[in-house]
Design a protein around this ligand. Structure first.
Ligand SMILES: [Zn+2]
Ligand SMILES: [Zn+2]
Length: 152
């Protein structure tokens, strides 16, 4: 009833996107970047759902997974493989991790982010629901299948 609902929607511009700042190294204090490429960065989630919980975000701003189409499959694949490699470097078996995207309106931050979480056994009931494969959370594989069907 209060707060954010009353903010004019025009104020939520890209210039004020915290994740854009993180990805492009503007303003501080940014999170420690575990991985940094020309296209995306990966850092630890600030409220982790388990011991290992990372977010991969593109440097380019997309509101969410719904802003992507077929032409972004390569980007998504590279973000995924960056996540997989990071998990391996932490001695985590990526096939046992949860890797995927939230689907609007079930998103907490309006900048595309890929979650990588391990181990699922540490997650609260709420987080198990929040990150289970569903219409609000797409695993990386489902994400790519969905993009295949989205024309440019
Ligand atoms: Zn952004
Ligand atoms: Zn999310």
């Amino acid at each position: 009833m209060h707060g954010e609902n009353f903010l004019p929607t025009t104020s939520a511009s890209q210039q004020e996107c915290l994740f854009c700042d993180f990805a492009n190294g503007k303003q501080g204090p940014p999170p420690v970047l575990e991985v940094q490429t020309d296209e995306y960065v990966i850092f630890k989630d600030k409220s982790p759902a388990a011991t290992y919980h990372y977010l991969a975000i593109p440097k380019q701003h997309f509101d969410s997974f719904n802003a992507l189409n077929k032409s972004h499959i390569g980007l998504v694949l590279r973000m995924e493989s960056g996540m997989v490699e990071l998990l391996k470097s932490k001695n985590v078996d990526p096939s046992k991790a949860i890797i995927g995207f939230h689907i609007p309106p079930f998103i907490s931050v309006k900048h595309l982010h890929l979650h990588g979480i391990y181990p699922p056994s540490e997650m609260s009931i709420w987080n198990r629901i929040n990150f289970m494969s569903s219409f609000w959370f797409k695993t990386a594989r489902d994400a790519n299948e969905a993009l295949e069907l989205r024309e440019l």
